[in-house]
Design a protein around this ligand. Structure first.
Ligand code: PLP
Length: 431
């Protein structure tokens, strides 16, 4: 076989998810991507060491900074998202928090929607403010004027999730990206729930895409990991980002000019934050994400098809108050889902049960196939009560704005036989 598939941008998604970024000829022709379980790499010679550390030669020296296994993962996710470069990290939260540090300095602000994963909300509302980075909350994620109202001179980015966790609201990315760009700031999209199989936010104007690859990308509930992907080409020299001007001065003449300009975000993220904060993904972790990626398209289509069928069943069930799933006719996001999610709007259902907290508790106790745990995006079906877990401790008004009520259950629909899943849910809802 010719190994050229590892760098052919014209290949389809399904082919890239298996081959892109890995050239076996460079790795003893090992068919699987090898796990480089080492802390450091031999420098070889004094001269090579100098070239590596002055960035005149790309290569690996110390694994907190980079590793060949992780490099394959980074190239592959960048190709699948349609981006220029990526950095792998030890968790989705490290991808989110290091991205904020890379963007914002003391006195700066991030304009963020309120419909976010609880950990990100806590990061923005409690953890970052003492360091001088503050969130400007976008009151209504569905209203373009709300975005405009949240952006000030100090705002350094607009932050959204392509499908909100757990409310499953869809953001009109094209409109929001245009607003961010009018203000000279990037749009950052946490694309965890969608994955690039269902949605590529770069196609709609996003500049940075984040993933908790703990979820669908690895896909089997075996590894905590995160990814930051950069589209490339954002103008970090428009006067709003002095840290990128300084970074450019430090590395101009060392890193090749075009590459330094085009991938400044991930370069700086790696050199300043991955290296100094140290949230590196282990090579075995990168291997597990790569293994999951090989079947991403197959799993995501099945996840989405199962989710649609379960959503339809629950929507018509007398014990159910509401089902949030954007592809359901009648959903307030149905129109946006048709535009952004033609293959299905993910596989998370946010379900409100009639009878309040007690009724929700009963379902959790009665399900047999659905696992009661705080994760999503496993091949197996999962269920959780967000108010007492993922969104625990958030003030009631904040959690309700994220779509988390006392009677809300979040269901992550797996790839089991759909008839079994529907039967299980039916018996769990019986009196
Ligand atoms: N972003 C979203 C949308 C999530 O759902 C999560 C976790 O549930 C995270 C980020 C954080 O990811 P991790 O658990 O890998 O740190």
């Amino acid at each position: 076989m010719s190994y050229e598939a590892y760098r052919d941008p014209s290949l389809a998604f399904e082919t890239k998810q298996l081959h892109y970024g890995y050239n076996p000829a460079e790795h003893y022709r090992s068919k699987a991507v090898p796990i480089y379980q080492t802390t450091a790499f031999e420098l070889g010679s004094f001269e090579r060491c100098e070239r590596l550390f002055s960035f005149r030669e790309e290569g690996h020296s110390y694994v907190r900074y980079s590793n060949p296994t992780n490099e394959v993962l980074e190239k592959r996710i960048a190709a699948l998202e349609g981006g220029a470069a990526a950095v792998s990290m030890s968790s989705g939260m490290s991808a989110v928090s290091n991205t904020f540090f890379n963007l914002a300095q003391q006195g700066d602000e991030i304009a963020a929607v309120k419909t976010l994963y609880g950990g990100t909300t806590t990061l923005l509302s409690k953890v970052l403010p003492p360091y001088g980075i503050k969130a400007n909350w976008i009151e209504n994620a569905d209203d373009p004027d709300s975005y405009r109202a949240a952006i000030t001179d100090k705002t350094k980015a607009v932050y959204v999730e392509s499908l909100g966790n757990p409310g499953m609201n869809v953001i009109d990315l094209e409109t929001v990206a245009a607003i961010a760009h009018e203000h000279g700031i990037p749009l950052i999209v946490d694309n965890t729930f969608a994955t690039p199989y269902l949605l590529c936010p770069f196609e709609f104007g996003a500049d940075i895409v984040l993933h908790s690859s703990t979820k669908y990308l690895s896909g089997h509930g075996t590894i905590i990991s995160g990814l930051v992907v950069e589209k490339g080409g954002f103008d970090w020299w428009n006067g709003k980002f002095p840290q990128f001007e300084e970074f450019y001065k430090d590395y101009a003449g060392k890193i090749e000019e075009k590459s330094l300009r085009n991938t400044a975000f991930t370069r700086r993220l790696r050199i300043r934050y991955l290296t100094e904060f140290g949230s590196s993904l282990s090579p075995i972790g990168a291997f597990l994400v790569l293994q999951g990626l090989e079947t991403l398209s197959l799993r995501m289509q099945r996840h989405a098809d199962n989710a649609m069928k379960l959503a339809e069943f629950l929507k018509n069930h007398p014990k159910i108050l509401d089902v949030a799933y954007p592809s359901l006719p009648g959903s307030p996001y149905y129109g946006l889902a048709k535009k952004y999610f033609p293959r299905g709007s993910g596989a998370i259902l946010s379900v409100r049960v009639k009878g309040g907290l007690e009724a929700a508790k009963r379902v959790l106790q009665k399900v047999r196939i659905f696992d009661y745990l705080v994760n999503v995006g496993d091949a197996k079906s999962l269920i959780v009560h967000p108010a007492t877990s993922t969104h625990y401790g958030l003030p009631e008004d904040v959690r309700k704005e994220a779509g988390v009520y006392d009677d809300t259950l979040r269901i992550s629909v797996g790839i089991e036989n759909i008839d079994d899943l529907i039967r299980d849910m039916a018996q769990a809802l019986e009196d």
